[in-house]
Ligand binder design. Structure first.
Ligand code: PMP
Length: 409
């Protein structure tokens, strides 16, 4: 019976949040969860989302019927254009099929489930998902839930706090032909470290030689650099190179729609695919998987995103909101680095401004992270990751001074 069910470990991130809430010190700083905060450490509803919400509520034809199994058609087609680019060859050739999902998590899961059932590489050992070390912790759980074996490829160098490119490339090169390689499209979580465009080209070249299958996870488009096309560049490049690939797309961060669970899964076939009806067959199987798991995706978040993505004026407002978020984060990176350099904190701090997006790997070790919490009421994950959005003009100096103190100890 259920008496034999073992106790599972608490999710480390949610445990950290609970400890933060209990802490009564007024100086406490929450740098754990990856959600955007404004300069007053408050959640921020994007102005464009407010506008879309008002318009939506005025619509007299709005009802609460089920969406189609594949989701809101205007949402999925706009999502394709957003990530692949308006004039993507994959869209023009109708080589992409897209399903609305339960945010990015649901998209990764749908992709994982599909590949677990249908991916058929030349050798069976290739039916393995290679993820960066480290990666978003949930990747490991999602792929193991569908019994896809996993392996790590090197990604982050602790010495330089930057990309271990040689390690990454040689690991991808030595993976069995036809392996599944999971790639973060931009703003790598948890490190904040991305390959350069030249490095992406090399990754694509090696993956092509080895007939590997790219699985892109994109949770920060527009949120990282402030430019939607720049943050979508790697995926668009891989599509141009003719890969068959999948994409898990989240609107949690770039629309601030965290709890509304708006996301999309895309399957793009290769231009050299011989069968005419591949996309139709893939779509028919995705429909069965989706039906058995969630039947129909949730409407509200997708309606908001769809309204913005399909309206020129709202879209322009959204781009401005994205620049507000990414701009504030970049300001905080600059402020943190210059404060550390001004204090002469031992070490080099260029990685703080070289890294991009929601997160920064500070380089603090587990012991130092523990001290940050106990002595200074600063909450961050054990690996030394901070959510940049938790910093603001009121606490960035305090955070830098705390870091300085634990680094010197
Ligand atoms: N992938 C990565 C790498 C992420 O960082 C996130 C957000 N934490 C997600 C996927 C998906 O999150 P959500 O399900 O909230 O869209």
């Amino acid at each position: 019976g259920a008496d034999a069910v073992p106790q599972a470990a608490e999710d480390p991130l949610f445990g950290l949040m609970a400890a933060y809430r209990k802490d009564e010190d007024p100086k406490k700083v929450d740098l754990g969860i990856g959600a955007y905060r404004d300069n007053n450490a408050k959640p921020w509803v994007l102005p464009v989302v407010k506008q879309a919400d008002e318009l939506l509520r005025k619509d007299p034809n709005l009802n609460h019927e089920y969406l189609p199994i594949a989701g809101l058609p205007d949402f999925t087609s706009a999502s394709q254009k957003l990530i692949l680019g308006e004039d993507s060859p994959a869209i023009a050739d109708k080589r992409a099929v897209s399903f609305q999902t339960i945010s990015g998590t649901g998209a990764v899961h749908l992709g994982a489930l599909f590949l677990a059932k249908f991916y058929n590489p030349p050798v069976s050992e290739a039916k393995t998902v290679h993820v960066s070390s480290p990666t978003w912790a949930n990747h490991n759980q999602i792929f193991s839930n569908v019994q896809l074996p996993m392996k790590n490829y090197p990604y982050f160098s602790r010495e330089t706090c930057s990309l271990d490119f040689d390690g990454m490339i040689s690991s991808i090169q030595s993976a069995p032909t036809g392996s599944i390689i999971l790639l973060h499209a931009c703003a790598h979580n948890p490190t904040g470290v991305d390959p350069t465009q030249d490095q992406w080209k090399k990754i694509a070249e090696v993956m092509k030689e080895k007939h590997h299958f790219p699985f892109f996870d994109t949770a920060y488009q527009g949120f990282a650099s402030g430019s939607l096309s720049k943050d979508g560049w790697a995926i668009r490049y891989f599509v141009e190179q003719g890969f068959e690939l999948v994409i898990a797309q989240s609107y949690a961060k770039n629309f601030g729609l965290y709890g509304e669970r708006a996301g999309c899964f895309h399957f793009v076939t290769s231009p050299s695919s011989i069968a005419q009806d591949t996309i139709a067959r893939v779509g028919s199987q995705l429909a069965i998987l989706q039906r058995s798991e969630i039947s129909n995706p949730p409407a509200y978040g997708a309606r908001i995103a769809s309204m913005v993505l399909n309206d020129e004026k709202l879209f322009a407002q959204w781009e401005e909101d994205l620049r507000t978020m990414s701009g504030r984060i970049m300001e905080m990176r600059k402020a943190l680095r210059s404060k550390l350099e001004e204090m002469g904190t031992p070490g080099t701090w260029n990685h703080i401004t070289d890294q991009i997006g929601m997160f920064s790997f500070t380089g603090l070790n587990e012991e130092q992270v523990q001290k940050m919490k106990e002595k200074f009421h600063v909450y961050m994950t054990k690996n030394g990751r901070i959510s940049m959005a938790g910093l603001n003009t009121n606490n960035v100096d305090y955070f830098a001074e705390s870091m300085d103190s634990v680094v010197r100890e």
